[in-house]
Design a protein around this ligand. Structure first.
Ligand SMILES: Cc1cc2nc3c(=O)[nH]c(=O)nc-3n(C[C@H](O)[C@H](O)[C@H](O)COP(=O)(O)OP(=O)(O)OC[C@H]3O[C@@H](n4cnc5c(N)ncnc54)[C@H](O)[C@@H]3O)c2cc1C
Length: 401
């Protein structure tokens, strides 16, 4: 731009010179929200490029319903190239490396140059941290794993199901409880509950630890009433696939016939060496603006290293927050491109709806930046909350695609 004599340019050239390229890495909850808001707020001469290794988006919030056969895979899947009719360029490739000093992203196809970069690569799963986990359990946190589990559960009619979390943090703190309640409901409806034992093994000290003892106790009580075994503060050492048992520390052994396991979550490998990450490979961000250490680079969603203000424990990773963060960052980028001061702030407020079976759910409000501790409330199960959860799923899949 500096080499041009602006007086000699016609208005089309000026517009071209001012045009910016915004690259969004990851077409999940955060990335899809961000590109949608960008497409509404930026003029068409700017480029919006969405990069993802997969050709389709899957709505993770409905994976629990998929597992218990209340959804078909196609119902929660949308092709990312659908977004092209909104002026968003979809670039299917593996992100290999980010080079903030050069404003470049290296992908499996080519390097992309950006003016603004949004990192929304989510979390990576590492089942190898628990020997035996990859070969001996189903991962319901991945679309493929949830589909396989749906098939397996439809044929599983007798025995012990052990659902375990390898470590914290993991995406969506309510999801393990939601899934175990849905499994209970699934087997009750099929008249098989007497023949199927359900155990949930978690490293957490209590269900929903951020929400405090009252909420934890109410979830624990619901599990007890439904005959679900809960093992807390568990350190999973290995899954012994020869003898079908999960080994925990202190010599605890949990036999099972079907193991469902959520692997350790790490920050995305493509960011290692970028200078943007901290402990666990999560991206260091300003908690209000989601700016990273590099100029014009933002990180949102599960990949961002957000913590609670006083205790410094990990903030919950969830789609609702990824979505809100995507909106904030997109609006601030639009302001920057327009030459205005970016004024949008992420407030760390949201809500979750935890399905509890029998067409009911518990509505939770979440404010995790309050001091000295997060403020999370959870209402009793209602039909209205269940219907609200279904409405959100529809809204997501229709509004953004
Ligand atoms: C079973 C389950 C239930 C859930 N229920 C809820 C709920 O009820 N409410 C709620 O708020 N949240 C829920 N969540 C959590 C929510 O889905 C996640 O927090 C959210 O999807 C995170 O969004 P994200 O954009 O950060 O990452 P993701 O949605 O995971 O997207 C990351 C994207 O990046 C792509 N990617 C990653 N690495 C690369 C690479 N190197 N190259 C190219 N592409 C790459 C991936 O393919 C993916 O599309 C649930 C999650 C699960 C698993």
């Amino acid at each position: 731009m500096g080499n041009y004599d602006v007086n000699c340019l016609d208005y089309r050239q000026v517009i071209f010179c001012l045009a910016k390229t915004v690259v969004v890495l990851g077409g999940g909850a955060g990335g899809v929200a961000a590109v949608n808001v960008l497409s509404k707020t930026l003029s068409r001469n700017n480029r919006i490029i969405l990069v993802d290794r997969k050709e389709s988006y899957h709505f993770q919030g409905a994976f629990p319903l998929l597992m218990v056969n209340q959804r078909r895979p196609a119902q929660l899947t949308k092709r990312l190239d659908n977004l092209e009719r909104k002026g968003i360029e979809f670039f299917q490739a593996e992100v290999k490396q980010i080079r903030p000093q050069q404003n470049l992203v290296d992908t499996s196809r080519e390097s992309l140059c950006y003016d603004y970069l949004v990192i929304a690569l989510g979390a990576e799963h590492h089942p190898e941290t628990v020997p035996g986990m990859a070969e001996g359990s189903y991962n319901p946190w991945r679309f493929e794993g949830a589909c396989q589990l749906r098939h397996k559960l439809s044929r599983f009619k007798r025995g012990k199901i052990v659902f375990f979390m390898a470590s914290t943090p993991f995406s969506c703190p309510i999801a393990p409880y939601e899934i175990i309640f849905l499994l209970d409901d699934y087997y009750r409806r099929r008249g098989l509950r007497q023949q199927v034992e359900l155990t949930l093994v978690t490293p957490e000290p209590t269900p929903e630890p951020l929400a405090g003892p009252k909420v934890g106790e109410s979830v624990r009580q619901m599990m007890e009433e439904r005959g679900i075994t809960l093992i807390t503060q568990a350190k999973v050492l290995c899954l012994d696939t020869d003898q079908n048992r999960l080994l925990l520390d202190h010599g605890i052994e949990i036999p099972g016939d079907l193991f469902i396991g959520v692997p350790s979550h790490w920050g995305p490998a493509a960011l290692r060496g970028s200078g943007l990450t901290e402990e666990g490979g999560w991206v260091d961000v300003d908690p209000h603006t989601l700016n990273t250490r590099a100029e014009n680079v933002f990180a949102i969603g599960d990949a961002a290293a957000l913590k609670l203000p006083v205790t410094k424990v990990w903030a919950p990773k969830a789609g609702i927050f990824a979505h809100y963060q995507g909106e904030v960052v997109a609006r601030n980028i639009a302001s920057l491109i327009a030459g205005e001061c970016p004024s949008f702030r992420y407030t760390a407020k949201g809500f979750w709806i935890m399905l509890t079976g029998s067409g009911r759910a518990r509505y939770c409000t979440v404010r995790y930046r309050t001091e000295p501790k997060a403020l999370i409330t959870m209402l009793r199960p209602t039909r209205a909350a269940y219907l609200a959860k279904l409405a959100i799923e529809k809204y997501w899949l229709v509004r953004w695609f």
